[in-house]
Design a protein around this ligand. Structure first.
Ligand SMILES: [Zn+2]
Length: 236
């Protein structure tokens, strides 16, 4: 089944790339759009440096919004090679392309409430590194996460959230249990946010498709925390 599924995924990647390609043979990015900061990346460390530089520009209100021109749109119309995957929250105040100052074809973004994940979501996270050569996967938590706040309230009061919101709460049980005994009540939400990011990074580092890429130095998985106050992403 895995072979069949991966075959389908690869066929999709080939269609996107516009060329017959397997892992590691998908064409590298073409020459960057004039004025663009985007080109071949090379290593996970360089990919992280690019995101840090973009975030620094965002923090300083010097964002250049690269790769958003009509020329860039044409450049990536037949292939894509996102250099990083960002797994972040649905929160309207934390759009990854803006806070990292990136453009078309640069990032593959997966967003769920408090970056909770099931099999479908994990498959989407695997896709960029395993099929398109993305070299960095950033798990991005953020200050004052509403989903985590709602989950902590639910755990404290026993009140069940309606519909599939309960699934989100269920997924946040593990980080809550990790920190609840050692954290003062007033700091519990922030502690769960950071624990959720730590646990997600740890889980993805053990992922069957991602682990070999990590071992080969072709991928890094890192956690980040976005400050709503300053716009800054702290890593580590
Ligand atoms: Zn959130």
């Amino acid at each position: 089944m895995r072979t069949d599924r991966r075959g389908v995924l690869r066929a999709g990647a080939m269609a996107v790339a516009g060329a017959a390609a397997g892992l590691g043979t998908i064409p590298r990015a073409r020459a960057a759009t004039p004025g663009s900061t985007v080109g071949p990346v090379g290593t996970p460390a360089l990919a992280l440096a690019r995101l840090k530089a973009g975030n620094a520009a965002w923090v300083a209100s010097r964002a250049v919004h690269p790769d958003s021109s009509a020329a860039r749109r044409r450049e990536v119309s037949t292939h894509q090679e996102p250099f990083a995957v960002v797994f972040s929250c649905i929160d309207s105040r934390v759009p990854p392309e803006l806070v990292f100052d990136q453009g078309l074809g640069d990032l593959m973004v997966v967003r769920t409430a408090a970056h909770t994940a099931d099999g479908l979501v994990t498959g989407s996270l695997e896709y960029g590194p395993a099929e398109l050569g993305a070299q960095l996967l950033v798990v991005l938590g953020h200050q004052c996460c509403g989903a985590v706040t709602a989950a902590v309230n639910s755990f404290r009061t026993g009140e069940r959230l309606p519909g599939h919101l309960a699934d989100i709460v269920h997924d946040l049980r593990a980080p809550y249990e990790e920190v609840r005994r050692t954290t003062p009540a007033e700091g519990l939400v922030e502690a769960v946010i950071r624990a959720q990011t730590r646990q997600t990074v740890a889980r993805l580092r053990k992922d069957a498709l991602l682990r070999p890429l990590l071992a080969a130095g072709r991928l890094e998985v890192v956690g980040g925390y976005y400050s709503l106050d300053t716009g800054e992403v702290g890593f580590g």
